[in-house]
Each structure stands twice: as C-alpha cells, then as structure tokens.
Design a protein around this ligand. Structure first.
Ligand code: BG6
Length: 490
C-alpha cells in the first residue's frame, strides 16, 4: 500500500531515540522507496541549532545506526534534504508560529506529530498544536513510552491527548509489537491449524517470557533510576507479548478485533493478593560482575548513580490468567539488565507424556516445547523427542528449527521501520489502545504500591548472571525451572 504524501513533525528531534532509532528507520524507508518524493521531516528540539548544524549532529549520531547494506552516501545526502530543524520551547504556545510557517498549508496532507519527549510534555504539546490550529482530521499523534508512571498518570495522558485527537488518530508505540518474530507468532497461531488445539491448559504446562539484556543502563541513568525494570519493560513489552500468546483468535486482523482480544487477556489477569504480592514477584538489582569476561560495575556504581538506589534492574513475575483456556497455566515473565545473555524469547512448554511406552534412560525424556526467538536472531524451535540412530529404542530431544533470516533470505525490517510504515499508512493494529494501556497499569500498579510500602531492597545479583536466586525459587516452587536451567550442560 503506497503512502500518501506526509509531513512528520518529530518532537524530541535531537534526542537519543530520534538519533539512534527514528531517523535511521526513516532513512531505511526512504532507501526502500517507501517515502513519497515530497515527504518532509521537521525535527523539533531545544538545542539552538540551525538545520545545517542539526544535520551535522545527525551525521555523527544517526548515520552509524544505519545498517551497512542500506547505507549509500548519495541516498543519505538526499534523505537529509528532507530534514529541517526547528529549535523552540515546546511548552510555549507562542513558539508554535514558526512551526506553522514551515508546514505546508495543504489540508489533504497527512501530518504526523511524533512525541519522542518525556510524557510530562504530551498534554502541553497536543494542546499547543490544537491552539495554533495545526491539527486536523488528517493528523496523527504518536506517543512514545513511558506512557505514564502509574494508572493515574496514564489516564491523565489518555484524557489530555484525547481532548485533541480521537482514538483512531493516536498511535501508542510499543516497539516489541513491531518485531518480526512477534508478528510471526500471530502467523503461527492464526495462520496454521496445527497449534490451536494444543494452545490451552490441557496441553501447556507453562509459558516463560524472557527479555534479558547484557547491557546496563548506559547513559540513561536519569530516566532509568526513576522508572526501573517494571515500568520500563514489564508494564509494556512483556505484557504485550503475553497478550499475543494468550489472546483468543480475533475475528479478523483489524485493529479493534485484535485489540479487543488483547484487552480481554489483560482484564483476565488474576489480581494480586498480599500473599501473591510477596511470593509471585522477584525484584533484583545488579552488582559488580562480568559480562563476556569483562568486569562491569554494579548498578549503584554506574556513572550518575544514586549509591542508595532501590531501583530494580530485574523483575520476574508469575502471572495467572483466569479464563477457560488458561486457568492453572502459569505465565512467568522475566526481564533484567546485565544478565548472562542477550536474548528475548517466548517458551511455550507442553505437559509431560501421560505414559511412556519406552523403557527410557532416566532423565532423558523432555516434554515438548516451542520457543519463539525474538532476539538476537529471530526464529522458532520446536523441541521434539526422536529416536537416536542405531540399535535400541533410545530417544533424545531434537530441535526443529526455523530461522527467519535463512528461510526467507530477505533483509529484515527493524521494528521502528515497520511501525513507522504503519503510522504513515494509518494502520493501528500494532499500537495500544487507551483501554489496553489502562488495563496493563491496573494490573501492575499494586506491585509498585507493595514495593513502596514494604520498603525492602531489591535482591542483589551478579552482573552476568541470570538474576537473583529468588527467581529460580519462583518457578521452583511450582516444580519447574527456567529454560536455561533445564537445558542440558554442553
Ligand atoms: C526499551 C527500554 O523500551 O527497550 C530499554 O526502555 C530497553 O531499557 C529496550 O533496553 C530493549 O529493546 P530491544 O529492542 O533492544 O530489546
């Protein structure tokens, strides 16, 4: 589907996200001939630069993030001619005149306002845009996470942005939904007959969703220390993945059909009780350790860290879904920084055999599992038992592996490229609706309140490990192990 001519106004245009992700993704779309010839990008920032100065910064900070096979010097130059920079204080309505003079006075043009700013500015920017007559029925607004700090602030964002834009104009980004493997999970579940009969409590023992990062907080201490892993990753990315795994088949792939089903999952998440708050959640904070053989500092010793910080850099939660399909199936969600490996995956683990006819060597029988790999490589592994060649009936676990890159031999599309394309096409399926956002906060907020009241410290874990020991105990109490703990030693 071709993209209609547009202007994209990028607030936070000189920020980290714009430089590392958004401008490289826009370049990639340009390189792949998705952008109409006259489409323009107006970056708004606080640095008092002119456009040539801004472009010098883009060259330095953005260009290195363009994938090598897409980078072509002449194309990069041509892409840069689409970019204009405006320096003004976005909270001041009086400053929007200069934006107005830069925008083309064509009511038919799609106008995308991308707010890659702190959420505290969302309401003001939307209000000022409306006040200055810059919005119309062809406008869209994109909201970057974090979408609030708690339920009240998320509601406030919804109300204030909703006072200017109607729901179908609002694109709440969760970049995990733009990842190839997540879309492939939709294809796997709803494009094949094979898994649906098995996708339920009768056959599935548990689901583990892990997003483990080797990186620490880097230069983002200011943001991260006030957010923590629960707000940064669990409230959004992990819960969205859970929704895609657990939702009922939607009637179609239209935005509301999919989002209605995700919402039902969020609403059927079992609420925490005082007991489950203390037993089903583990939080941790990394200490000094080693990543790939290199010594790395603990969280409180990072640059700009508060040496008394109680912020969690790891969280693991046992979630339960009260529905006919999922009653009794635990969903373990886990994420952390400075972990043993850089990986994101969803492991759906099936129940053990009810009865084995094979006189099996002890310990070698493994229940089937399906692992959807999101990162670093994208693909699927279906773990089955097979006979080892030769004499005797000895069974061994083997993997049926699908590597998306190998199978399709096509360049991958970065999550932001895909989501930007959807925004430009007005396609909302991969974006969160206001009620989904609020339902996710409703479930997560009691955890934050509990931590606040209880006042204990996150459990320490060594950088380069799989998190605190309590995380193993979380699944161990249910007689289970995390996937890496269950893997045979090589
Ligand atoms: C972001 C978080 O939303 O996702 C970061 O704010 C995190 O803390 C990042 O590092 C992980 O995304 P990805 O795509 O690199 O796994």
């Amino acid at each position: 589907m071709a993209i209609a001519d547009f202007e994209l106004v990028l607030f936070g245009g000189s920020g980290d996200l714009a430089m590392r992700k958004l401008l490289p993704a826009l370049y990639a779309l340009c390189h792949d001939r998705h952008l109409p010839a006259s489409a323009r990008i107006l970056c708004v920032g606080r640095h008092s630069w002119d456009t040539p100065q801004f472009l010098a910064a883009v060259d330095k900070e953005s260009k290195p993030h363009v994938t090598a096979d897409a980078l072509d010097e002449a194309e990069w130059r041509a892409f840069c001619t689409r970019i204009h920079y405006l320096a003004f204080d976005v909270s001041e309505a009086g400053c929007y005149g200069q934006l107005a003079t830069c925008l083309r006075p064509d009511a038919g043009l799609t106008r995308v306002f991308y707010l890659a700013t702190p959420p505290a500015l969302f309401a003001r920017i939307c209000h000022n845009l409306a006040l200055c007559g810059l919005t119309n029925a062809n406008s869209r607004v994109v909201l970057e996470k974090p979408l609030g700090r708690d339920l009240a602030s998320a509601r406030q964002i919804n109300t204030e942005v909703g006072a200017v834009f109607i729901e179908s104009q609002i694109f709440r980004i969760d970049h995990y939904l733009g990842k190839e493997a997540v879309q492939n999970l939709l294809a796997l579940r709803f494009g094949n007959i094979l898994f649906e009969p098995l996708w339920r409590r009768e056959w599935i023992s548990d689901v583990q969703i892990t997003i483990a990062e080797e990186i620490g907080v880097g230069t983002r201490m200011g943001f991260y220390d006030s957010a923590g892993a629960l707000r940064d990753m669990l409230q959004n990315h992990l819960l969205q993945l859970l929704c895609i795994v657990a939702m009922e088949p939607p009637v179609s792939a239209t935005p509301d059909a999919v989002r209605d089903e995700k919402l039902k999952v969020l609403r059927s998440l079992r609420r925490f009780t005082p007991t489950t708050l203390s037993q089903h959640i583990v939080r941790g904070q990394y200490r000094n350790g080693y990543i790939e053989g290199q010594a790395v500092p603990g969280y409180r010793n990072e640059a700009d860290a508060n040496p008394q910080s109680r912020t969690e850099t790891f969280v693991a939660v046992k979630a339960e879904i009260d529905s006919w399909r999922w009653a009794g199936v635990p969903f373990y969600l886990r994420t952390g920084k400075r972990m043993a490996d850089q990986l994101a995956e969803i492991a759906v683990r099936f129940k053990p055999l009810p009865h084995s006819i094979f006189a099996q060597q002890s310990g070698s029988f493994q229940a089937n599992s399906l692992v959807i790999r999101l990162q670093p490589d994208e693909g699927l592994n279906l773990n089955l038992m097979a006979k080892t060649p030769g004499d005797g009936m000895r069974l061994k676990p083997v993997d049926l592996e699908l590597d998306f890159r190998e199978s399709f031999k096509m360049p991958r599309m970065d999550a932001y490229e895909r989501l930007l394309l959807d925004i430009l096409r007005g396609q909302l399926t991969l974006f969160m609706r206001s009620d989904e956002l609020e339902a996710a906060w409703e479930w997560v907020e009691p955890i934050l309140d509990y931590w606040e009241q209880e006042g204990s410290m996150p459990a320490p874990y060594a950088a380069g490990s799989w998190g605190p020991a309590a995380a193993s105990a979380l699944v161990g109490r249910d007689g289970l192990q995390w996937r890496e703990e269950a893997l045979p030693e090589i």
